[in-house]
Design a protein. Structure first.
Length: 291
């Protein structure tokens, strides 16, 4: 760990080198410092920030997507917390804004990884941080695979500390870095990454459960003649989750929700029998995800 921190901070200079066309981030790359090693595959996650849980229904949790994912080839898939919600009509399913893509050159990736490990505190952070003073709050999860580390850090009620404690400093570091990733559109706007358009998923995770007689509005006919509700399989014993199935983009499109690229929740469908009511959720899968 000492070697990692030394590599991240060694050789600082008041005039660090700049890559032509790149705008420096909050943490400039120290001149002459060794690069932070990381996987380089297009499906290799090297940095991810997700936040979910709290006082929300399981059907909503099932469709949540990480705010930010950086892959080894410099591709970023993100959804900004400042993205305005899509217009909703009464009785319609809840549709989510599409995810966006960006590209980062190596110098920008290196700067962000240094910010994560040093300024964000992830190099020294332990695996879990709790907060017994807050109830029904979400949990923030950082994943990093770089600089010889492969770790996940979960922080309950990040940014909600009522009074100082033993972990106040590192929690403040992680909260500030989380805000940077939550609002990655600002990074793109200031040139720390290049806009690459909308993310067009080719696969979705469909989740399905019976409403148990609860009335539903505007139910849709069962959209898939090739399979029925039994194709949606419950997760393995001991894992929390709803019955799910991986759907192709074409199969997800048959549901008739538009737009669908960002996912949707609360879609009312009738089973093949025309009577049993279900609630369907559709979540876009990211390149590294299999289900």
């Amino acid at each position: 760990m000492a070697a990692l921190l030394a590599a991240c901070g060694a050789g600082a200079s008041p005039s660090p080198a700049r890559t032509p066309g790149a705008t420096p981030g909050p943490t400039a790359t120290p001149e002459g410092s060794p690069p932070i090693d990381h996987p380089t595959g297009e499906r290799d996650v090297i940095l991810r920030f997700d936040e979910g849980g709290g006082f929300v229904p399981p059907s909503f949790l099932a469709v949540q997507v990480p705010y930010f994912t950086l892959y080894g080839d410099g591709t970023v898939i993100y959804r900004s917390a400042t993205e305005p919600p899509l217009e909703q009509k009464e009785g319609d399913p809840l549709r989510f804004p599409p995810l966006r893509m960006a590209k980062m050159i190596d110098a920008q990736v290196q700067e962000l990884l240094r910010a994560a490990l040093v300024d964000g505190g992830l190099a020294l952070a332990r695996a879990r941080y709790d907060n017994a003073m807050v109830a029904d709050a979400p949990t923030a999860t950082f994943t990093i695979r770089a600089g010889g580390l492969a770790k996940t850090v979960s922080v309950y009620a990040l940014g909600m500390e009522a009074e100082p404690g033993l972990d106040s400093t590192i929690r403040r570091q992680m909260a500030a870095f989380a805000e940077r990733l939550r609002t990655f559109d600002k990074e793109v706007a200031t040139g720390r990454a290049s806009d690459a358009g909308l993310y067009a998923p080719d696969r979705f995770r469909g989740t399905l459960f019976e409403t148990g007689g609860r009335p539903v509005q505007n139910p849709r006919r069962w959209p898939w003649p090739a399979f029925g509700p039994d194709a949606f399989v419950e997760p393995p014993s001991g894992q929390f989750g709803l019955p799910s199935k991986v759907l192709s983009g074409l199969e997800a499109g048959l549901v008739g929700v538009d737009p669908i690229a960002g996912g949707a929740s609360g879609i009312a469908v009738l089973g093949p029998d025309g009577r049993t009511a279900y609630e369907l959720g559709l979540r876009p899968l990211l390149p590294d995800e299999t289900r």
